[in-house]
Design a protein around this ligand. Structure first.
Ligand code: ADP
Ligand code: ASP
Ligand code: MG
Length: 439
């Protein structure tokens, strides 16, 4: 029998009325057996997500020793949800216990995880389903990575012979036995883990847009929806900022070839986007599948004559960054030049100065220069390698918009071309590329 794992995001859990729709979606298909939920998100623009309220609560506990009223906004959200759903569930006792526990634990991850925990408790009640605490079945290793083997086994055991279950997303148990969260947006990963553990026929990811769009809908009005996309393309786009699906959520399902379907809770009849293993993916015929990007990178440009013939040059440069524990996003290079593209947030506390000094000492470059406030934009598609003139079209479109390209990196897979532009040109550049390939 086919089994679907369904993850519902924050907007799908935002209030009782939306949750009633979610309930209808689940009950309309008996294959929808295992449900993963996020914490309630924004109900309207300007509203605050429960997870953000909880992070603020933690700050208060750290500075004042107690939540001092900051938990009341969280309390109100859940009381409303239970009232709107008309549930006969004593949420106040659960909230009292939770407030005491977050003050006692005084731990950021634990506090943040309560958003999903409380939401899953209510959802289990609303559906008459079994609640399964993610802390009992999802485990991390000492180095912070997911302990897949242990987690898949524990989830599968917990779900054997269970007809309908609800899991909180976003957290599990760390190697020290304490609750540990994934990075923000991590409930998508929890859903993928459950899908892998039960060998689901489909992982449905329910959100507030009708699929993976060709670019960020906050930049281009109603961008085209991508009907099918490969795991590889999705990984590139989500890593580069298309955060509709957490970029790490692809790993558990990819190994088991489980397709993912992105669906809209508010328009369930819309087809959405199918994310398929590269082997099952039928190219759309389009040159470009999608465009995504991120702001705030720093580029360190290094020039030295005969750099290429100096054995170990790159290694010495990278060693300086490794010693500072800084990860590098891209390393575009020429014959006598190389650039290091680094997320600016990694370079706080005089790290940049130390890195520049370290590189000067290690390789004695002719020129070393720093370019700040750079945005990276990735244009992604399997079709790009087979169609002639794609880069010319891309660069022409950017030039016609009078945008200066600061850096170019074409991945060796030919699946993407990444350009670096000034932060201020970011939105304009995305619109220009979108216009060229989708307009
Ligand atoms: P959820 O709470 O359901 O996990 P998210 O807010 O994490 O939802 O992701 C959905 C949001 O991602 C959309 O509302 C949209 O604003 C944003 N987004 C950014 N890039 C894209 C894209 N390429 N396609 C679709 N949505 C995108
Ligand atoms: N609630 C968490 C967040 O806001 C996790 C998630 O929504 O996936 O990041
Ligand atoms: Mg999300």
């Amino acid at each position: 029998m086919s089994v679907k794992v369904c993850k519902f995001g924050g907007t799908s859990m935002a209030d009782g009325n939306v949750i009633k729709n979610v309930k209808k979606i689940i009950e309309s298909d008996s294959a929808r057996k295992f449900i993963v939920v996020s914490a309630p998100g924004k109900r309207y623009s300007g509203d605050v997500k429960v997870t953000d309220l909880l992070y603020a609560c933690h700050e208060k506990i750290m500075s004042e020793g107690s939540a001092n009223g900051s938990f009341s906004a969280v309390r109100a959200r859940y009381e409303n949800i239970v009232n709107e759903l008309g549930l006969n569930f004593d949420i106040n006792s659960v909230l009292d216990e939770t407030e005491k526990a977050i003050e006692r634990e005084c731990d950021e991850d634990f506090t943040a995880s309560r958003g999903e925990y409380l939401c899953a408790r209510i959802m289990a009640e609303a559906l008459g389903a079994k609640f399964i605490d993610a802390a009992d079945v999802i485990f991390f290793k000492e180095n912070g990575a997911l302990d897949g083997t242990r987690s898949y086994k524990a989830v599968a055991e917990a779900l054997s012979r269970v007809k309908l279950a609800v899991f909180p997303g976003f957290y599990g148990t760390g190697a020290n036995g304490k609750v540990k969260t994934f990075s923000r947006g991590g409930s998508d990963i929890s859903g993928a883990i459950v899908a892998r553990a039960v060998g689901a026929s489909l992982y449905e990811n329910w959100t507030d847009v009708s699929g993976f769009l060709a670019c960020d809908p906050r930049i281009v009005d109603s961008p085209k929806c991508i009907k099918t996309i490969s795991y590889k393309e999705l990984r590139e786009l989500s890593y580069m900022g298309a955060n509709v699906l957490h970029n790490e959520s692809i790993f558990p399902v990819r190994k088991a070839n489980i397709p993912v379907q992105i669906k809209n809770t508010f328009r369930p009849e819309d087809e959405g986007t199918s994310i398929l293993p590269t082997s099952r993916y039928i190219p759309s015929g389009k040159t470009v599948t999608g465009i995504a990007g991120k702001k705030n990178f720093t580029v360190i440009f290094i020039e030295k004559s005969l750099m290429n013939s100096e054995i170990g040059f790159i290694c010495k440069v990278l060693d300086v960054l490794a010693k500072e524990k800084v990860s590098i996003e891209h390393i575009p290079s020429g014959i006598d030049t190389m650039s290091l593209v680094i997320e600016s947030a990694e370079l706080d506390n005089f790290k940049l100065e130390r890195i520049l000094e370290g590189i000067k000492n290690a390789v004695e470059p002719d020129i070393i220069r720093v370019i700040e406030n750079i945005a990276l934009i990735a244009t992604v598609g399997h079709g790009m390698s087979s169609s002639v003139g794609t880069s010319a079209r891309l660069f022409n479109a950017i030039a016609s918009a009078k945008i200066n390209i600061k850096m170019i990196d074409q991945g060796s897979s030919e699946l993407n071309i990444i350009v670096g532009v000034k932060n201020d040109d970011y939105e304009k550049c995305i619109r220009a590329i979108y216009g060229e390939f989708f307009g």
